[in-house]
Design a protein around this ligand. Structure first.
Ligand code: NCD
Length: 316
């Protein structure tokens, strides 16, 4: 496995399956009375968050703590970043504190890659601008493996032949990009559906198809993943009205009925209920949204364990 996890493309098929299998093992340990494992005792994980986050930050924190690492949470608000300190100076401070891993979320695409030049610990990308969010893709793949009929063995250890349709604001979505890359590595067939204005320009270079007829795509999907409309990243009007967006691209119960019976509905959160996804769909039995959050902790434990486990043994 690579030293850092910046892009889903850093993982080859064996790496990705290794993470998912390790997460499965760890999920079994969750059932035991003592949930904390001593694996990363003595190591320090820094959560460096320059963007708001609920799920991802707390998920990394829980994951590191369950492996007994020391966790330092550093958010841009209330730190010297608010006084204008550069990423480089912050990195040098973390380096002086001896961070073994830095989990970074940053509004600028490329910031995690830059950080690798300045710290000696491992860097894990927890979302950079509109670029990538590899651990989200891993937890999504884990959830697909868990929930699809027949369990993981039906598809080998990967997701070979699974048909995944990703719908919505692909242009601004780091989740979509990381999912496309990881799912292709795992053998799934991905189709993106978006309004033409929210489809990335270079999508024909991605390992997936682009589709424009949502209803036709849903009829042949095993998984539909709805993306949040990311208003905060939109500098112009990408669609006429919310109502129009909902009508053309939103998932309500009548559209959900087009899916094959076994198909699941995913969303990375946070959701705009009533925009890209109707409340009754989000709360339905087919929705894996809550499972995705729970799986996020185990998958991030697996990532930390595999990236730092060797270091912990060396320092013991
Ligand atoms: C995503 C993100 O931040 O990229 N959320 C998450 O990590 N669970 C998706 C989003 O913000 O829409």
């Amino acid at each position: 496995m690579n030293r850092h996890l910046i892009s889903a493309a850093d993982l080859d098929r064996d790496d990705a399956i290794g993470i998912l299998d390790t997460a499965e093992e760890l999920a079994r340990a969750e059932g035991r009375p003592i949930r904390k494992l001593p694996t990363l005792r003595g190591l320090t994980v820094v959560n460096l968050f320059y963007e708001d986050s609920t799920r991802t930050r707390t998920s990394f924190e829980a994951a590191a703590k369950r492996l007994s690492a020391d966790v330092i949470n550093f958010s841009a608000k209330g730190s010297s970043v608010a006084k204008g300190e550069s990423l480089k100076d912050t990195a040098l401070t973390l380096e002086a504190m001896g961070a073994d891993a830095v989990v970074i979320r940053h509004p600028a695409s490329g910031a995690p890659r830059r950080l690798t030049d300045w710290v000696s610990g491992r860097v894990i990308n927890a979302g950079d601008g509109t670029h990538e969010h590899p651990t989200q893709a891993l937890l999504d793949a884990f959830t697909m493996r868990q929930r699809l009929a027949g369990g993981p063995d039906r598809h080998g250890r990967g997701l070979d032949g699974v048909r995944v349709t990703i719908v919505g604001d692909v242009l601004h979505s780091r989740v979509a990009r990381s999912n496309v890359l990881l799912l292709a590595t795992l053998g799934a067939q991905v189709t993106l559906v978006a309004p033409p204005t929210l489809m990335p320009y270079a999508v024909d270079t991605w390992p997936c198809r682009a589709g424009y007829d949502i209803d036709a795509e849903l009829r042949k999907s095993d998984v539909v993943m709805m993306l949040r409309v990311q208003q905060e990243r939109m500098s112009a009007a990408y669609f006429p009205t919310v109502r129009e967006y909902r009508r053309r691209y939103g998932l309500d119960s009548s559209r959900m009925a087009l899916l094959p019976e076994h198909a699941i509905v995913m969303h990375p959160g946070p959701m705009n209920r009533g925009v890209e996804i109707a409340a009754e769909v989000a709360d339905s039995d087919r929705s894996t949204i809550v499972a995705q959050v729970a799986n996020g902790v185990t998958v991030r434990m697996a990532v930390l364990y595999l990236m730092l486990g060797g270091a912990a043994e060396g320092s013991a």
